[in-house]
Design a protein around this ligand. Structure first.
Ligand code: MG
Length: 157
């Protein structure tokens, strides 16, 4: 039986933090505020996988009150989730994502993000898609470049 899951995440963008999306460092004046490294794309992907497998959500699995996860790479969190997924006998078929980021432009990083994420998920590169949008300077903090939103859908077998 195939299963589908969706994920969504938002992080504030502030000066003095690195911008990491999909496990890739992106040159930017501002980065994601967060308890972990703030990788909103990986967080959305994790929630889509957990949703498809009915295994809860990222906040329950990795509470932001737990000092163990302070500053942790979200790639490590995704690896832990993948262990759970594999132990239940599930396999990722494909993941499709959208990043809504006013600036900088994500275009030059998309291939690297797809490579990195496909590798973490154990799928082919053409099974992980990342689409980039701006907020057309609308929607408050999103349009002023003070926040990033990521959405993910995944199919699991
Ligand atoms: Mg998050």
């Amino acid at each position: 039986m195939s299963r589908i899951g969706t994920g969504w995440d938002i992080h504030a963008l502030v000066e003095g933090r690195p911008l990491i999306l999909g496990g890739v460092s992106i040159e930017s004046k501002k980065g994601c505020l967060g308890h972990s490294d703030g990788d909103a794309l990986i967080h959305a992907v994790i929630d889509s996988i957990l949703g498809a497998c009915c295994l809860g959500d990222i906040g329950t699995l990795f509470p932001d009150t737990d000092p163990k996860y302070k500053g942790i790479s979200s790639k490590t969190l995704l690896s832990e989730v993948m262990e759970k997924v594999r132990s239940k006998g599930f396999k990722i078929v494909n993941v499709d994502t959208t990043v809504i980021l006013q600036s900088p432009k994500l275009g030059p990083y998309k291939d690297e993000i797809r490579r990195c994420m496909a590798n973490l998920l154990g799928i082919a590169e053409d099974c992980f898609s990342v689409k980039a949008k701006t907020a057309e300077h609308m929607l408050g903090e999103l349009g002023s470049g003070d926040a990033v939103v990521c959405q993910a859908v995944c199919l699991i077998d």
